[in-house]
Design a protein around this ligand. Sequence first.
Ligand SMILES: Cc1ncc(C[n+]2csc(CCOP(=O)(O)OP(=O)(O)O)c2C)c(N)n1
Ligand SMILES: [Mg+2]
Length: 255
Amino acid sequence: MARDLEGYLRPGIDATPFCPGCGHGILMNHILRAIDELEISMDEMLFVSGIGCAGSIPSPHFNADTLHALHGRAIACATGAKMFNPKLNVMVISGDGDLASIGGNHLIHAARRNTDLTVICANNMIYGMTGGQVASTSPVGAVTSTTAEGNIYRPFDLCKLVLGAGAPYVARYSVTQPISLVKVIKRCLTTRGFTFVEVLSPCPTQFGRRNRYSSPADMLKLLMERCISKEEAAHLSKEQLKDAIITGEFSDDGP
Ligand SMILES: Cc1ncc(C[n+]2csc(CCOP(=O)(O)OP(=O)(O)O)c2C)c(N)n1
Ligand SMILES: [Mg+2]
C-alpha cells in the first residue's frame, strides 16, 4: 500500500510554489515514491538543483541535504560533491533550461565521463520561472515570450543527446505515467554511472496559455495522448510520429 510521503518534507513545508496544473509537483511525488519504495535513507542522499521552478522540487522541500546551485551549474556542483564523498547518492533535479541550455556543456561532459550521478530533467519546454522565454527544448512553432511568431529552431532530443554523449542509461516519460516513472527513477538510483531521466512536465502558465491549450487539464490530457512507447513507435511511420513523444528506456547497445 502506498505510504504517506509527507515525512520526506522539511518541517513547516505545507505548500509548494508551483502554479496550478504544473507538472513539477507531480514529479516531486514520483521521486519521493521511488526513494520510499527503495527504502533509501535521506541521510545517504544529496539533492542538487539549479535555478528555475524545477530547481525548487528538492530545495527547500526535501528533508535531506540539498544544494541549490547557480543557474546551469547543478551538475558541476554535484560532480564536486560526489568526488569529495563517493558514498553519497547524488541526485540532480532541475529544469530543461538549467540542464540543457545554460548547463548543456556540463550535461554532455558528465555523460561522457559516466560520472556516477542520477539526473532528472523536468522538461516543460520553456524557461518557466523567468517569464516563458524560448528554450533549447521548445518545439518548432512554440509561441513564447521571446518568439511571438513561433520558435523557428529545432529542439534538442534530450535522450538522444545524452545517450550520444556516452550515458549508459537514459529514459523518458511524462508526469502522467507514474508507474513507469517511479520504476525508472528506482533503476537510476540503483545503477552505478551516469543515469538520466527526461520527464515531460506541463507548464500551463508560461507555455500552455500562449499555445493551443485551453486549460491545465487539457494540457495534461494532450500530453498523455502524445506519449507513445518506443515499442509502439517502431511500427509507425515518420509522418504518424510527427507530434509523438517517444517514451521508454534507452541504452546504447549498438556496436
Ligand atoms: C547566470 C544566470 N543566467 C540567467 C538566469 C535567469 N534564469 C533563472 S531560472 C532561468 C530559466 C529556468 O528554466 P528551467 O531550467 O527550464 O526551469 P523552469 O523554471 O522552466 O522549471 C533563467 C534564464 C540566472 N538566474 N542566472
Ligand atoms: Mg523549463
